[in-house]
Design a binder for this molecule. Structure first.
Ligand code: ADP
Ligand code: ADP
Ligand code: MG
Length: 710
């Protein structure tokens, strides 16, 4: 049996804190003195009502009804009326009367529809209403026998449900902790650890009479004696509010014929917490708003404008994760059920509209194709996306909703692109293979896509990788990187913000297990100050986020969520997390000792392969966002001073002959400085890792020889 602290102590507590609650605002000293020693007609008292609000200075409301009598007893109802009107109407002195229940006509309900046909924004939709048994006390004033009686009545009523709504009752008592936790994490079951509710007496006689009823699919559920006697819940994945609402209305209509619920004139259905009175309805979505919520004020302002309430992902008094919020109607009293659900619908549609404006999406496909067809592009994408291929692919989609537009957006906007196509997710290589396959063959100079198994070379072969510049004259630094993708996540354009955060967690957990020379720390981008970032970019350690080619490919979607860099003390081993690829493993150092750089990288790859499962496909090798990286995914480069060679008219041709790719000094799509070029192997597919490094070594030595001759 739960007991509130003495009312005098609670009153003192309330005066002490700087609480902004409606309780503190409306329980004046005069009102306190009138009520402090009174009992309600059902035997409840003031301490039970104010306990939680007094102990939790952060509460917004702070007052609970110890029993239904407080809403109607003459001495009590004025205090509650002030709180009720303030919460639901914004003005305590209003006298808004709650209308009779009205759920909308069947035609209206059928027209409610899906809030998010794209499926990108709304994870799940849920509508719940609360009900209280007529003539029974709320939890703080209830006794063990009351809870038992209520459970029995409820089970009798629920057992009469049929069809989709038919289900089974599972009492909390006897349910093992693992099952409970799983159901809580999946958002089906209530938690019993909300101290705000606990201090209101909500857990009195726990877990007597508590339990959950649900149908087979857990789309219709009923909570017994959590906060309210009943919470009837309809929920499902996705944004189909119409289906969710209709299911709930069907259930309520049936149950109303089996049980008597507490109601009062002008207040609607009576509930333990005054915020739930009236319709008692909370219609919510779990919606992905990582961009809008970057600045909490922006999201809060939209919510205020549309009478919405944002909550964290695990319910009231919890935090958001991965930019996902629970958004619901705030008002429950003074409007009909139909109006409340529409209030939520309109606000959520607006939120999705605003979030969509901030979220990367490709331009319409026909416009893109028109641009690239008319323009001067020399890209492989343009070459192989003939009218026939275009017509064959233009309406296809991957299972994650990826389209041809996602893949070619960047190539169509940047007519100078050489490749011009990215895979929006791993499946794109299959769904759009008519364009990808010829691009891959042409880029990597292979007749068929038949990549060998990873082969890093024997010890003797690795030992034979010579120092490119033992005199230390021309090579500033040497770097080798490989890309890896998690098998279970898509590429950036198809990622959700949660994917990015979860991926980051998985990657960092694996990196943290590295030891010795490879051991290091992870630095998330969103916690790194501007100056540090700039310095790391200048020193060639960190990626930039100013490459328009990558941006227009969707590579910066939800930037900088889930992005960061891991490196060892000396910055000779680094991992880029969610730049272009999920992981870029990098080994680098000053000078030309290619062998040392390669050995370090091979070791790191071996260690990480033990911890993580990377996306691979037979013949294609490791899968990457850009088709130019498929296969070995390996790029071995030197920064080398070639002021004379680089001025020769046949420089590019010479590079091409040795399959060497020259880049500017600040990475792809950047310029050279002072005759220093980034020279690397161009081919990554159709040869082994060892061969790729050798190809780079042989080509670079030729260029070096040429420079020495000039
Ligand atoms: P209520 O006011 O309905 O009791 P809470 O904020 O206490 O809601 O949350 C109860 C549970 O319902 C939590 O597990 C929460 O994550 C879950 N929930 C709420 N809205 C949704 C939704 N749209 N989709 C999935 N789960 C939800
Ligand atoms: P990648 O294809 O590996 O992502 P980028 O061309 O995008 O390479 O360059 C990434 C960063 O790596 C840039 O800062 C670039 O200057 C740096 N970098 C590349 N090769 C070397 C090298 N050999 N030495 C030092 N820095 C290098
Ligand atoms: Mg709740």
């Amino acid at each position: 049996q739960w007991n509130a602290k003495p009312v005098e102590d609670l009153w003192k507590e309330l005066q002490k804190g700087n609480s902004k609650s409606l309780l503190k605002k409306h329980l004046t000293e005069d009102r306190y003195k009138v009520l402090k020693d009174k009992k309600t007609s059902l035997g409840g008292n003031l301490a039970q009502c104010i306990s939680s609000g007094a102990l939790h200075a952060g509460s917004k409301v702070g007052i609970y009804a110890c029993d239904p009598a407080v809403y109607t007893d003459p001495e009590w109802k004025d205090l509650f009326s002030l709180v009720i009107q303030d919460y639901h109407t914004g003005n305590p002195n209003n006298n808004v009367k709650h209308p009779e229940p009205s759920f909308g006509t069947p035609e209206q309900i059928d027209g409610l529809g899906d809030l998010d046909p794209t499926g990108y924004f709304v994870k799940s939709t849920r509508v719940r209403v609360a009900r209280s048994h007529q003539g029974m006390p709320f939890p703080p004033a209830a006794k063990k026998e009351d809870f038992e009686k209520m459970e029995k009545l409820a089970c009798e009523g629920l057992s009469t449900l049929t069809g989709e709504l038919a289900g089974t009752y599972y009492p909390l008592r006897g349910m093992d902790k693992a099952t409970q936790n799983k159901m809580i994490n999946d958002h089906f079951l209530f938690r019993a650890d909300d101290s705000v509710l606990g201090d209101a007496g909500g857990y009195n006689c726990w877990d007597t009479g508590r339990g959950i009823f649900h149908n087979k699919d857990k789309t219709f559920l009923t909570w017994l004696n959590e906060e309210d006697h009943f919470r009837f819940i309809s929920m499902q994945m996705g944004g189909n509010l119409g289906q969710v609402y209709k299911r709930l209305v069907t259930a309520i209509n049936h149950i109303e014929t089996k049980m008597k619920f507490a109601k009062a004139d002008g207040l609607g259905y009576l509930t333990f917490c005054p915020t739930n009175l009236g319709t008692t309805m909370r219609a919510s979505v779990h919606v992905r708003v990582p961009m809008l919520s970057k600045d909490p004020k922006v999201l809060n302002d939209i919510c205020a404008k549309y009478n919405l309430q944002p909550r964290g992902i695990h319910g009231e008094h919890s935090e958001s994760k991965g930019g996902v919020y629970d958004i619901s109607n705030k008002r429950r009293l003074g409007l009909t059920e139909w109006d409340a659900v529409n209030e939520m619908k309109n606000g959520v549609l607006e939120i999705i509209k605003e979030e969509a404006k901030l979220t990367w999406t490709p331009e319409p496909l026909d416009q893109l194709y028109n641009k690239v067809s008319k323009g001067e592009s020399q890209s492989l994408m343009k070459k192989f996306l003939t009218a026939d291929v275009y017509n064959k692919l233009k309406d296809k989609k991957t299972s994650l909703g990826g389209t041809l537009a996602h893949c070619i957006n960047s190539g169509c906007l940047h007519l100078g692109s050489k490749v011009g196509i990215y895979a929006c997710d791993p499946e794109a290589y299959t769904v759009f293979e008519d364009v990808f396959n010829p691009v891959i063959k042409a880029y990597h100079k292979v007749d068929s896509i038949n990549h060998p198994e990873p082969t890093f070379g024997t010890d003797a072969e690795v030992a034979a990788l010579e120092n490119i510049d033992p005199e230390n004259k021309m090579v500033l630094s040497t770097r080798i990187r490989v890309a890896r993708s998690h098998a279970k996540y898509p590429f950036p354009p198809a990622c959700t913000s949660e994917d990015l955060e979860n991926m980051q967690d998985d990657t960092v957990a694996a990196l943290k297990t590295l030891t010795g020379e490879l051991a290091g720390n992870y630095y998330p981008l969103n916690k790194m100050d501007e100056a540090t970032q700039k310095q790391m970019v200048e020193d060639h350690f960190l990626f930039r986020d100013d490459d328009d080619v990558l941006r227009d490919a969707g590579g910066y979607k939800y930037w900088d969520t889930g992005r960061g860099i891991f490196h060892n003390k000396d910055k000779t081993f680094l991992t880029w997390v969610n730049e272009e690829d999920h992981l870029r493993l990098i080994s680098m150092q000053k000078g030309g000792d290619l062998g040392a750089v390669y050995r370090r990288l091979v070791k790191a790859i071996g260690e990480l392969e033990k911890k993580l499962t990377f996306a691979k496909r037979k013949g294609y090798g490791y899968l990457t966002f850009c088709p130019s990286n498929l296969g070995t995914t390996l790029r071995a480069s030197v920064h080398m001073a070639i002021p004379n060679v680089s001025k020769q008219p046949n420089f590019k041709e010479f590079c091409e002959k040795y399959s060497i790719q020259p880049r500017g000094i600040h990475g792809e799509h950047s310029e050279s400085e002072g005759g220093v070029y980034d020279l690397s192997n161009k081919r990554r597919l159709g040869l082994t890792e060892y061969q790729a490094v050798r190809e780079m070594l042989d080509g670079v030595l030729q260029i070096k020889k040429w420079e020495e001759e000039l």
